[in-house]
Design a protein around this ligand. Structure first.
Ligand code: SLL
Length: 230
């Protein structure tokens, strides 16, 4: 049964950007004892590597049933499971929060082991299959909002993490530049259309005036220009 909280709720929306996914490394050959070919890690972390345990209580990773004890509950950071295996499968990730009134969030991640990227195949680059998502909290309770807003960087960034951070920062910059360009293009188009509209209006005026000059008696011309407010 869920508990009902009467704690005041803060009228804000708090968004926490997260990354989830898996890394994998080929053994080089199939292991004789169990046929395993890869060592892999599945994880959830924040985009900027802040410690998410300031607001996350635990994360459950539901592995394939071929794994012993396949529901793995991780109660502290880093929220990850390291394993070995031979096959790819879907992992259900459930994130539980420190405020029990916040509903757990469920993600599905397809564990990927095999890559066709030549840099990965030759071992030049680690294999990372990672996704960005956002945890959105609508009107959290006061105490939970405080936890969401407190940041603590516990885990030192590795070179791999830094590379990912940089990649996201680059993507963000590229996207902003693309939006700016698109805005400028739309502005230019509007300017262009205004100019064409102005020219067309002038043309209409000129044609009208010419036709009046040629065909209408002076009285009619005066009446017409008055009518148009010219
Ligand atoms: C496949 N549908 O056939 C998938 C299932 C399961 C992978 C993949 C377990 C290893 C173990 C393992 O790698 N399972 O515990 O021995 O590709």
């Amino acid at each position: 049964m869920s508990t009902i909280s009467f704690e005041p709720r803060v009228p804000v929306v708090i968004v926490k950007p997260i990354l989830y996914g898996n890394t994998a490394k080929h053994f080089g050959s199939k292991r004789d004892s169990d046929g395993h070919t890869h060592r892999w890690t599945i994880y959830v972390r924040s985009l900027n590597n802040d410690d998410i345990s300031t607001y996350v209580s635990r994360v459950q990773f539901r592995l394939h049933e071929t794994y012993p004890n396949h529901n793995r509950m991780i109660n502290q950071a880093p929220f990850e499971v390291e394993e070995s295996g031979w096959g790819e499968f879907e992992i259900q990730i459930t994130i539980f929060f420190l405020d029990p009134n916040e509903k757990p969030v469920i993600f599905y991640h397809h564990l990927k082991l095999f890559s066709t990227d030549p840099e990965v195949v030759t071992g030049k680059r680690p294999f990372v299959n990672e996704y960005y998502d956002e945890l959105v909290f609508q009107e959290p309770s006061e105490s939970f909002a405080q936890l969401l807003n407190s940041t603590k960087t516990l885990i030192p960034l590795t070179d791999g993490d830094r590379a990912t951070e940089k990649e996201y920062a680059m993507k963000q910059m590229e996207t902003i530049a693309r939006i700016k360009n698109a805005r400028q293009r739309v502005r230019n188009e509007i300017q262009d259309l205004r100019e064409r509209f102005r020219i067309t209006q002038e043309n209409i005026k000129r044609i009208r005036k010419r036709s009046i000059d040629n065909n209408f008696p002076p009285d009619a011309f005066i009446a017409l220009t008055h009518e148009n407010g010219d």
